[in-house]
Design a protein around this ligand. Structure first.
Ligand SMILES: [Zn+2]
Length: 150
């Protein structure tokens, strides 16, 4: 599921970048962080501590303070993509933690199942197509310069 989360975050990023007609390296970084961050609770209260609406709101507020509205929007959507994907699995997520420990979700498939792999493949194809579309209208060297020379 880890790589499915990552590609879902990248897909969220490129979809929003296409919609807003922009391509900013910091929004890419924030999207990647947002898709990875929730699973840092794996050694504590997994799928609870960082897998709830309160953690989403607090971390998005912190991102807003440092990166502004645009950064917060990208971060929140990527974070939400993580919670949504986890809610599709059999384990579900404690979306209301710490108010309730109950796990909610659509519980459609297991981590690492064939459907998980299908999602990964579908997201990868969609991301690649949207990435090509976005970069066809932006100079790739300018984007690299922004990443490498902040
Ligand atoms: Zn997770």
């Amino acid at each position: 599921m880890k790589k499915t989360h990552l590609i879902a975050g990248l897909l969220t990023w490129i979809t929003l970048s296409n919609y807003l007609k922009l391509l900013e390296p910091r929004t890419l970084l924030l999207s990647v962080v947002a898709t990875i961050f929730p699973d840092f609770d794996i050694k504590f209260k997994h799928r609870a501590l960082f897998h709830n609406i309160f953690a989403t709101l607090i971390s998005t507020a912190i991102v807003f303070l440092y990166f502004g509205t645009l950064g917060a929007i990208f971060f929140a959507l990527a974070y939400f993509s993580h919670l949504l994907l986890d809610s599709l699995t059999k384990a579900g997520v404690s979306i209301l933690y710490p108010i309730s420990k109950r796990r909610y979700g659509f519980r459609l498939f297991r981590n690492g199942s064939l459907f998980d792999k299908f999602l990964f493949l579908s997201f990868t194809v969609a991301f690649t197509l949207l990435f090509i579309k976005r970069f066809s209208s932006v100079k790739f060297t300018e984007f690299l310069k922004e990443i490498l020379l902040p």
